[in-house]
Ligand binder design. Structure first.
Ligand code: NAD
Length: 349
């Protein structure tokens, strides 16, 4: 059993903790956060011991919230840390992890150079094997990497052009915007996403543009890829349907936007209405010569969660890529068509 501490219990950290708790080969030792707010109650309800930084212990006690110790103590008590603190804070913790000789997984807002290894399970699991510090790439880079990997292996990819329509903030980020605007972000090419995808695929030709919109539900990518061959749209769709972390949204669902996708996730009993898979609209998959076009939606709060679990197995040497991804998918229930299939089966009974 690998013991895991989660430093930072916000949008990503709380989901990672629940995913770790669902694994047969992992255990949550504790979670760390800086304020005794609603997240602390969520941790308490799940029985996760709560840790905080030294000078906040008194604040937790004043609020009558139990504290098991400091972040440093949590780091000492676990085999591996998942750092899910806000972007840039993770880097300040690396010396703490090194001092305790505890390997760590960082998140997408940290620089690639912090670890030298950026991770996406489908694309480069092996690169993380035996490493002590690994960065799971951002939600958007995860979404692009999952799509590029099978296309590149099967048809070749000569060039990617991606326009990323990005949610302004997560549902709980009351201070984020825009409230009523559409903001090119950044105004000039490239957005940081293309170079970030190159931390996974160093030789990939990719240009990305970004826009921020007043939405909280998901990001949407408008994609154009020049392939190395000329498959039919049906062949591309079939390839996508064979990937557990790509959900090819069937026309039958009439899920014509991100709101309906999230409603579908809630209807299917997903925790927090999460969609761990890229949602590629099936009817958007079109091919003209060697040019592939499609739209995909990315649930920013949750698509990196299975990747964090696989990153733990990679650095701890617990399983091969195939074994780890299969175990993660099975324990969480990743793979929506399978869920639909199971539901159909139980209805038939
Ligand atoms: P968040 O603000 O929701 O949560 C951060 C957590 O860290 C909070 O629990 C906070 O109490 C805690 N924290 C803050 N300072 C701390 C400190 N000094 N020590 C210990 N804990 C501290 O952040 P998030 O959205 O979960 O993002 C975390 C990381 O995940 C970032 O690198 C981000 O880029 C990445 N990420 C976020 C998303 C997303 O959509 N939210 C998607 C993919 C990756």
């Amino acid at each position: 059993m690998v013991t895991v501490g989660i430093n930072g219990y916000g949008t990503i950290g709380k989901r990672v903790a629940d995913a770790v708790a669902a694994q047969p080969d992992m255990e949550v030792v504790g979670v760390a956060k800086t304020s005794p707010d609603l997240g602390a109650d969520g941790a308490g309800a799940r029985g996760y011991p709560l840790y905080t930084i030294d000078d906040r212990i008194r604040e937790f006690r004043r609020a009558d919230v139990d504290v098991a110790g400091t972040v440093e103590e949590l780091v000492e008590r676990c085999d591996v840390v998942v750092d899910a603190t806000p972007g840039g804070i993770g880097a300040t913790y690396k010396p703490v992890y090194e001092a305790a000789d505890t390997p760590a997984i960082f998140q997408g807002k940290e620089d690639h150079d912090l670890t030298g290894t950026s991770f996406n399970a489908r694309a480069n699991f092996e690169a993380a094997e035996g490493e002590r510090y690994v960065r799971v790439v951002s939600c958007n880079t995860t979404g692009l990497s999952r799509l590029v990997a099978p296309l590149s292996e099967t048809f070749g990819v000569e060039k990617v052009r991606a326009t990323l329509v990005r949610r302004g903030g997560d549902p709980d980020q009351t201070g984020r915007g825009p409230i009523n605007d559409i903001v090119p972000d950044p105004m000039a090419l490239p957005s940081h996403h293309g170079p970030d995808v190159n931390t996974i695929f160093p030789d990939l030709a990719i240009d990305t543009l970004g826009l921020k919109v007043p939405a909280t539900l998901m990001h949407v990518h408008s994609l154009n890829l020049e392939l190395g061959s000329e498959p039919s749209a049906a062949e591309v769709r079939e390839l996508f349907e064979g990937e557990s972390r790509l959900f090819v949204v069937p026309e039958r669902l009439d899920a014509d936007g991100t709101g309906k996708l999230r409603e579908y996730a809630r209807d299917m009993g997903r925790p927090r209405g999460d969609l761990w898979e890229n949602c590629v609209w099936g009817e958007s998959v079109s091919v003209s010569g060697n040019e592939l076009y499609c739209f995909q939606a990315i649930h920013q709060e949750s698509d990196v969660i299975p990747e964090n679990i696989d990153a733990i197995r990679a650095i701890c040497g617990l399983a091969s890529k195939e074994e780890s991804m299969a175990l993660t998918d099975e324990s969480l229930g990743v793979g929506l068509p399978a869920v639909v299939g199971r539901e159909r089966a139980s209805l038939a009974v």
